[in-house]
Write a protein that binds this ligand. Structure first.
Ligand code: KIV
Length: 277
């Protein structure tokens, strides 16, 4: 039985921290799921860490569905959240409903995430009315990177901070079950967490959030292009992979791999017959 949105909401009431981590493939999802992380986000960050784009903007619904299906196959207990890519919910409510539905029906996810507050609240309400749980995402919203003018801390002016609180409340009222706060000053994130009843899940938003989310490649030390300030590297998996690939490369070149252990034998008489032909 997978984690439900009610269990996630109850965690806030009980003062239990919510952990969320991204995954984009079967093998990683299995590990994250086996550890017991209750929410796996198939984030559009896959555009950068898996597909090699500079931003998440080129990521398509087909990319997201492909990876969501793999994560669903690799997990048993986690709530899988599919991230709606750029321009798949912006043009109309109809688009938003259709694409949210695809994540659930084709992708096998249990919920979707989309970026924005007041401006997307009506779409959130309509998606929730269709029976699809929605996670909001405010603060630094990477799909609007061109509008924001870079990866900057959000909500530092009185107007921006007020707007962010209004966005969080609009999402709560529209029926979102949780909201991501990205790159937000810690005191503001704490205040927003106190002012709304649904869990806030922070990334670069300090300890006062009800939960935390990270990009799995960042915590594993697997994405070397850029290490965000909010990320802590719990391992240097990139170095481990580099060492293993180098050893493999050297052993193939020198003839040290494969050995008999990795080879298969056959009946000597069949070989002798073949040689005699
Ligand atoms: O795409 C993503 O991974 C995200 C998280 C960083 C919240 O949106």
């Amino acid at each position: 039985m997978r984690t439900t949105i009610n269990q996630i909401k109850e965690m806030k009431q009980k003062g239990e921290k919510v952990t969320m981590l991204t995954a984009y493939d079967y093998s990683t999802a299995r590990i994250v799921d086996e550890v017991g992380v209750p929410i796996i986000l198939v984030g559009d960050s896959l555009g950068m860490v898996v597909l090699g784009y500079e931003t998440p903007i080129p990521v398509t619904m087909e990319d997201m569905l492909h990876h969501t299906k793999a994560v669903v196959r690799g997990s048993k207990q986690a709530l899988v959240v599919g991230d709606m890519p750029f321009m798949t919910y912006h043009v109309s409510v109809e688009d938003a409903l259709r694409n949210a539905g695809r994540f659930i029906q084709e992708g096998g996810a249990q919920a979707i995430k989309l970026e924005g507050g007041v401006t997307v609240a009506e779409k959130v309400r309509r998606i929730v009315e269709c029976g699809i749980p929605v996670m909001g995402h405010i603060g630094l919203t990477p799909q609007s990177i061109n509008q924001l003018g870079g990866y900057k801390i959000q909500g530092r002016t009185p107007q921006a901070a007020t707007r962010m609180l209004e966005d969080a409340k609009a999402l709560e009222q529209a029926g979102a079950f949780a909201v991501v706060l990205e790159t937000v000053p810690a005191p503001l994130a704490t205040l927003i967490s106190q002012k709304i009843s649904i869990p806030t899940i922070g990334i670069g938003a300090g300890i006062g959030c009800d939960g935390q989310v990270q990009v799995v490649h960042d915590i594993l030390g697997l994405f070397a292009d850029f290490v965000p300030k909010h990320a802590k590297q719990y391992a240097k998996v990139g170095d481990v992979i580099r060492k293993a690939v180098t050893e493999y490369y050297n052993e193939v070149k020198s003839g040290a791999f494969p050995t008999e252990k990795q080879s298969f034998s056959m009946d000597e008489s069949i070989l002798a017959e073949l040689k005699a032909k």
